[in-house]
Design a protein around this ligand. Sequence first.
Ligand code: GBH
Length: 558
Amino acid sequence: MMWVTLLALFATSLLSEMVLGAQYDYGAYDPRRDDFRKGTFPDGFIWSTATASYQIEGAWNVDGKGESIWDRFSHTPGKVDRGDTGDVACDSYNKYREDVQLMKAMGLKYYRFSLSWPRIFPVGTRAGGVNQAGVDYYNNVIDELLANGITPMVTLYHWDLPQALQDRYGGWVNEALVQHYRDYATFAFQTFGDRVKYWITFNEPWAVCVAGYEMGFHAPGIQGSGNSTYLCGHTILKAHASAWHSYDQTFRSVQGGQVSITLSCGWTEPFDPDLPADVIAADRDLQFQMGWFAHPIYTSQGDYPPAMKDIILQKSLAQGFQESRLPQFTAAEIASISGTYDFFGLNHYSSGIAMDKVSTGQDPNFWTDQDLESTVAPEWPQAASSWLYSVPWGIRRLLRYIKQNYNDPEIYITENGWSEEEADPPILEDTGRLCFYMGYINEVLKAIDLDGVNVRAYTAWSLMDNFEWAEGYTERFGLHSVDFTDPNRPRTPKQSVSFYKDVIANNGFPEGADVTTMVRNMWEECRGGPAGWAAATRANVGLLALSFLVSAMYFLNM
Ligand code: GBH
């Protein structure tokens, strides 16, 4: 009798260890999914913040800079909220030394920023001439960073195309941009590559093509009907690969740097995980967001994802087109794009839920091509941005997906962040952002420790409030607040600065350090109660002790 009881107890304890132990099952109802995890990040982990040229520099028409499509777009009435522009923005063209001190005060050793193409080539082409003042500016920024112990990570294209290239070619739908982009990238490698070792060719081609060439709410403001979006993506993939090869052939052996692209992707859960059609729809959503660019670059078979090729072909034929609206690569192009990476640059913010829904309309576009409907969970906290929800566990699932589908690359998280509304006085106690960062960074730690994902860098968007594209200055993503009504554009740290500073100093969440106390208190506040790490630790220790006791009794034949 005793034996039966003991065996039953043993089995129960084994079972509870399996369920509650180190292994996470990703089940939506896993009660430990959101537990806090203590621990530090791998040695040499990169902590960074990011900005982009048009969003911070200002000085849109000084010292020989050419006009960009964002200058043109923001100067066109009705395109940007309230008519805001990046004419002055954070005035970082003049205040970059101060920006570097903000980073230094946070203990940051890396900074991701972008070059304005028309500040360097005013009309977009090498033949059209180099603007030396623009080159000097970026030399100064890079030198200032290095003098302060901060490593630059440079994005070559964060959306501010020279307007001249838009006028002459129609922008990214035109193949001619491949060579002009290669010339620009090559010039940047040549000029700055002695000091810059991390290059990102494009920031978020999805946004460039969907917001710029399909929806039209970003520059150049084109409302496409069917294939301008895919043509844009096609050109960008070729331009990226061409620049990567330029670096690989000419500069890599001398400069020893790395070149990749940054893709944006939210995580997508199936609406009904038991319905195969929804599971496939959720994956299709990821294919249209990320696979579109990741599959050609990060898989050895290359080319667009089969799911995308199939569905767009089928829709195109049904709509009376002779061939797919998704352009085709030649075998040589597929081969020359595949493998053009040194790491996986990821911008991740939010999550969604997708269900399968066949769209019957004949209207050919990027959305009807996907046959899905998206929603969010009612309990997800929402930021000031309409598309942004806090779903910390989403980043862990996405990281694992990238590991599994794209060749286990080194992943550099190149953006992650949270917005609050513009307010007077500005919101400096930005608890929402602090909680967002804490939750997401903690899930990145789980991805590394528990799922073996090779994450090398985390980058907070953004160093400071800046020009938030079509939303102007109405949405604030900064760790620092910027007063855009003051000609001096003063910067003030928000509460999240002290949190991020502690995380950087401690390389994560080690036990015993000061950050632990702060994190513990804030974690409970963020989760609305002490359900987090303390309780979980107690439960764990209790279960472990019980299982030891039972096993010991069993082996001692008691
Ligand atoms: C980043 O993109 C940008 O790189 C950065 O410049 C920007 O300031 C930051 O985000 C904050 O917005 O089509 O309406 O559903 C963010 C990722 C992905 C956000 C696409 C908007 C879709 C909006 N973006 N997303 S919508």
